[in-house]
Design a protein around this ligand. Sequence first.
Ligand code: NAD
Length: 362
Amino acid sequence: MLIGVPKEIKIGETRVSMTPSLCRRCVSLGAKVAIEKSAGLSAGFTDAEYRAAGATILPSARKVWAAADLILKVKEPLPAEYGLMREGQAIFTYLHLAAGPELAKVLLKKRILGIAYETVEAADGSFPLLKPMSQIAGRLSIQIGAYRLQSQLGGSGVLLGGIPGTMPGHVVVIGAGNSGAHAVQMAVGMGARVTVLDLDMRKLEALDAEYRGRVVTLMSNPANIEAEVADADLLIGAVLIPAAKAPIVVSRAMVQRMRPGSVIVDIAIDQGGCIETIRPTSHEKPTYQEHGIIHYAVPNMPALVGRTSTMGLTQATELFISVIVEKGIERALAEHKGLAKGVNTRNGKITYDAVAKALGYS
Ligand SMILES: NC(=O)c1ccc[n+]([C@@H]2O[C@H](COP(=O)([O-])OP(=O)(O)OC[C@H]3O[C@@H](n4cnc5c(N)ncnc54)[C@H](O)[C@@H]3O)[C@@H](O)[C@H]2O)c1
């Protein structure tokens, strides 16, 4: 099997889907690996390191896509890559198809075997390939929010931790999963007042036990959300319904009632976003203002910390990639139920129910 690793082309992307150490593992298991020139540089890995690990370095993305049986990527293929896909090729990457109808059409037309990192499951039903990036995005959301609150950037001028004798900033986190819980952890570390809302009482109980009253936990319902959002200096959107488009939990009217210069970071933007006023931004222009509120909605936040993110991602994907190399794709999918859950498209059909429903194919 030949695994192809193209350089990521999404704006500001710095991650790479394979480290030299993972490359060495694949080669030792019998795979060939072709890496696009400089693909790992922004994550701190040189072509020489990949070569030493047994990879062939190819000069262009076109050559990598043309050679590979399995394309290993980080972000979903972008329009510039659509033409490079080969009929029937396998792609293992984040796909986020519920928010990407155009990409879905291309994958179906080219009969791509699309295995999405975000729907691969662990034995306990959790999403092991989503988890590390969510943890990173959650942690980053607070440092980004704290920065954007600064007066010179148009923010309200609130210091999240305050100082003795002043009111600390109020951080409201909607969704207490992987990203939400890590946002809470950072916000507490900075000394903010923190409120977290979720529909899942077990998640709230766990945070309540961990922070012993230091964090307010609230059931996520329209009344609680409305009251908390109106008082938020920094609002974090961190909800997820697996593989589905994110539900809108904060309405435009709620955003209009926030204090001017407050900040929204909608981590869930890769699934469409959970705030009515949100639209995707990029690392080139990460924010915009609407109703006097600063909105940040970059779908690939982990690219801000390419080294940590690459290590976090690849140590999670390694198990699944090793299984694919050892057994071949078909046997790996037949024998590994969790990996098989990652299959979103196959033979011209959408094979994951929530994705099919979100895109109107079922
Ligand atoms: N922007 C980025 O760079 C980036 C990076 C990583 C992950 N993400 C995205 O962040 C989102 C969250 O991922 P996660 O791993 O934290 O998911 P998760 O499954 O761990 O947590 C999601 C939480 O949302 C809760 N939830 C669902 N509906 C809710 C509602 N109406 N109100 C309150 N809570 C609700 C769930 O109960 C769950 O606890 C996903 O869309 C993921 O793809 C974005």
